[in-house]
Design a protein around this ligand. Structure first.
Ligand SMILES: Nc1ncnc2c1ncn2[C@@H]1O[C@H](COP(=O)(O)OP(=O)(O)O)[C@@H](O)[C@H]1O
Ligand SMILES: [Mg+2]
Length: 359
């Protein structure tokens, strides 16, 4: 029995199909697979399948599971590294009778609707959270001024230095809360859009990161530029974008503290055919901030964009929440993938679509 059905039949399928042997080496790729992966059959055949994925361990795990359970399994949101960009796919592996240990693999570009729907759900949940927090912050801020003022008056009345220590604690804590509330309330200025160069923004962020790292690590860190200089200008709020990439970059730098070969990469690319805020864009801007740090702790991964979620003892948990607010105000998207050794934040922004509410 031959391992694969006749090639011409497979080549008529719209689904990307690969056959791999027991070592997960690709034995055959149909035309749809070549198309989806933007690689010729010649490049694919003979190469180990996992090596094409960012998370090769997960592909191996799927294979091991299929083998152990002898039934097909589908894994979603695996990222396949194409020659010029990445594509998120769902992968179904089915065991084959012969030769033993071989698999048939079906790949589908991640269902767009599924993703859009999930993002919209997340978006509205986060908006609701933000409104709640904002209202709460207002409610706390007002009486806080009164508490602080009263403590100050009381302090003047007190003769005993020991007792004054108590009023000092009240004042200091009121100040701390006040500044936290202020930070919760700030990000709601509407973007002021102008035509800007993303690389100018990133260069500024890079300079700030380098200066920061000298203080944090005592020496400098490598901040690599991987820019597509042919990208056009975009309509955006310069200050807000600086804040977005600075917040992401600072987290990366903090995650790299105490490690060797610290590297942050700032990457810009054109993203083709993306949907942002329900609008289809033929081309949009993709900016990635990649670090080779330990990765985001698994228990935080789903929640990092929520306000007040922090993995650091002295963290405020506001950095990514603010970044996300700004990106959404620009009708963009922010997302993150993280495994130990590689954390990548991706920001997608429309080039020419003025943010809602902007003049
Ligand atoms: N590049 C990264 N590598 C590892 N962990 C990260 C990275 N970026 C963010 N995190 C995690 O996400 C948390 C939330 O980040 P953020 O919203 O900026 O708040 P903060 O920096 O004040 O903790 C961080 O505390 C950290 O645990
Ligand atoms: Mg932060």
């Amino acid at each position: 029995m031959t391992m694969a059905p006749p090639n011409f039949a497979l080549d008529t399928l719209a689904t990307a199909v690969l056959f791999v042997d027991a070592d997960l080496r690709i034995v055959h790729a149909n035309a749809a697979a070549e198309n989806l992966l933007r690689a010729s059959s010649r490049t694919l055949v003979g190469a180990p399948l996992p090596k094409f994925f960012l998370d090769c361990a997960r592909v191996r795990q799927v294979a091991a599971r299929v083998l152990a359970e002898s039934c097909p399994h589908t894994e979603h949101e695996l990222v396949f590294a194409r020659a010029d960009n990445e594509v998120s796919v769902s992968l179904t592996a089915s065991p084959m009778q012969s030769p033993p240990g071989a698999f048939a693999i079906e790949l589908r570009a991640q269902d767009h609707h599924h993703r859009v729907e999930r993002e919209e759900r997340q978006h509205s949940l986060q908006e609701a959270n933000r409104v709640l927090l904002r209202n709460l912050a207002h409610e706390i801020k007002n009486p806080l001024g009164g508490i602080r003022g009263a403590a100050q008056l009381l302090q003047r009345e007190l003769r005993d230095a020991d007792q004054r220590e108590y009023t000092e604690v009240i004042i200091a804590e009121a100040d701390r809360l006040q500044s936290l509330m202020d930070r919760l309330l700030t990000p709601h200025r509407l973007p002021r859009v102008e035509s800007i160069s993303i690389h100018e923004v990133l260069e500024r962020v890079r300079a700030l990161l380098l200066a920061d790292s000298a203080t944090l690590h005592g020496d400098s860190i490598e901040v690599e530029r991987d820019y597509d200089v042919s990208l056009p200008q975009l309509l955006a709020d310069r200050e807000q974008l600086i804040q977005v990439f600075l917040n992401i970059g600072r987290n990366a730098m903090q995650a790299l503290a105490g490690r060797d070969h610290r590297r942050i990469t700032l990457r810009t690319r054109a993203a083709r055919q993306v949907t942002l805020a329900r609008q289809r864009h033929r081309v949009a801007l993709k900016v990635q901030v990649i670090d080779n740090g330990p990765g985001i702790p698994a228990d935080l991964r789903q929640r990092i964009f929520y306000p007040l979620v922090s993995g650091r003892e002295d963290g405020s948990g506001l950095g990514l929440s603010i970044a996300q607010t700004y990106v959404h105000q620009h009708n963009g998207l922010i997302d993150c993938e993280s495994t130990p050794g590689r954390t990548c934040f991706t920001v997608l922004l429309p080039f020419n679509h003025p943010p809602a509410g902007a003049q």
